[in-house]
Design a protein around this ligand. Structure first.
Ligand code: SF4
Length: 368
């Protein structure tokens, strides 16, 4: 998802494995996925399956995948993928990582399965820490690019600089080098000519994790909106999600006091699997923080996001915030999405103009 494969590549290398980096998901990836997947499987399932075919064809003999708990199909994906690929004649081992909160020992054992170099504990933790530092750096840079892009004065300069920053972080090895590389990358992004005083429309992006984090799955929606002059705020990044769902979840710190769940409570009180409840909670928070609009990214047939979509009109009405739900599957085209985004952005711009005029009329009326 996103740039995270670069961090996992370094980690796998440090653990003594040869990482096979999959190509960016493409139409070919999706064609492999749809050929082998059940028709009603969701988009992430199909892209992952296609990606597995691509890396197996490139010579991978082991696949490390995440498992999952709760009422969402993701918990079965690894087993289904393994079965389908085995039936198709591929030979490989699949290691499935379940959340440490449901089996700490199993989690540690599976990390050791990838420790081919037999690194002692301290060195192993050091390697994981460096991978984690890279993931955090990638997330900070992506977030910064979301701020710079709508303010850039050139055309496409932010996206070009952002791609270079990934290479800078990728080259760093030690923790010190990663810190230095991040500083260099931040400076590079900030050097893109931009107008810091410009006040763009602000749109929150909510939805299912895979389509949020992987640009090819969401047809580069953040880049498209940024180039239309809209500042996007993505509700989820890999580092934050991992922190909340491994460390915090394991320690049960957030169970009662999670502000996201509290925000979703009046509309969707139950955890329904995937990120459905989060999508509702984030939309409520974006409305309260004064965002101009929210876009929900939902893989076609994703039940948690279908439930969230049915609740979001009530949130939109009560809190007076426009919400656009986009359903994504292999039939969705970039130009079709762009047209819907343009219409949505026009609507948001008109609402902002009306609000500003009303405020002005009020002030003038008060003055008279
Ligand atoms: S949350 Fe939705 S898209 Fe993601 S795995 Fe579950 S059903 Fe599929």
């Amino acid at each position: 998802m996103g740039a995270s494969h670069l961090a996992f590549k370094s980690l796998m290398r440090e653990l003594g494995n040869e990482p096979i980096v999959p190509p960016k998901p493409s139409l070919k990836t999706l064609n492999f996925g749809t050929r082998f997947a059940p028709e009603f499987a969701c988009l992430p399932y199909k892209i992952l399956l296609g990606t597995y075919v691509e890396v197996l064809e490139m010579g991978a003999d082991t696949i490390a995948a995440s498992g999952g708990v709760g009422p969402c199909r993701a918990g079965h994906y690894a087993q289904l993928h393994r079965q389908i690929l085995t039936d198709a004649g591929y030979k490989f081992e699949m290691i499935v990582y379940e959340p440490p909160s449901i089996g700490y020992r199993d989690f540690v054992h599976k990390i050791q399965m990838l420790n081919s170099a037999r690194l002692p504990l301290l060195k192993l933790l050091g390697a994981i820490n460096r991978g984690w530092a890279k993931i955090k750096a990638f997330d900070r840079l992506e977030e910064l690019s979301h701020w710079i892009r709508p303010r850039e004065t050139g055309n496409g300069e932010t996206s070009k600089a952002y791609r270079q920053t990934l290479e800078i972080i990728d080259r760093a090895e030690s923790l010190e080098e990663i810190k230095q590389a991040e500083k260099e990358a931040v400076a590079l992004l900030k050097s893109v000519p931009h107008d810091p005083d410009f006040k763009p429309l602000k749109v929150g992006i909510v939805g299912e994790i895979y389509v949020l984090l992987e640009p090819s799955a969401n047809l580069e929606i953040e880049e498209t909106l940024g180039e239309m002059g809209v500042e996007v705020h993505r509700s989820m990044f890999l580092s934050g999600w991992t922190r909340d769902n491994t460390l915090f979840d394991t320690l049960r710190i957030m169970a009662k006091g999670d502000p996201l769940k509290r925000a979703a409570q009046p509309y969707l009180a139950e955890m329904i699997g995937g990120h459905g409840q989060d999508s509702v909670g984030h939309t409520v928070l974006y409305a309260k923080e004064g965002y101009d609009g929210v876009i929900q990214l939902a893989p076609f047939t994703c039940i948690p996001e279908i439930v969230a979509k049915s609740v979001l009109p009530a949130v939109s009405r009560d809190l007076n915030i426009p919400v656009l739900s986009l359903s994504l599957d292999e039939q969705t085209g970039k130009e079709g999405v762009r047209t819907r985004l343009e219409a949505f952005v026009d609507l948001l711009a008109r609402r902002r103009e009306i609000k500003a005029n009303t405020r002005l009329a009020h002030e003038l009326g008060g003055g008279a």
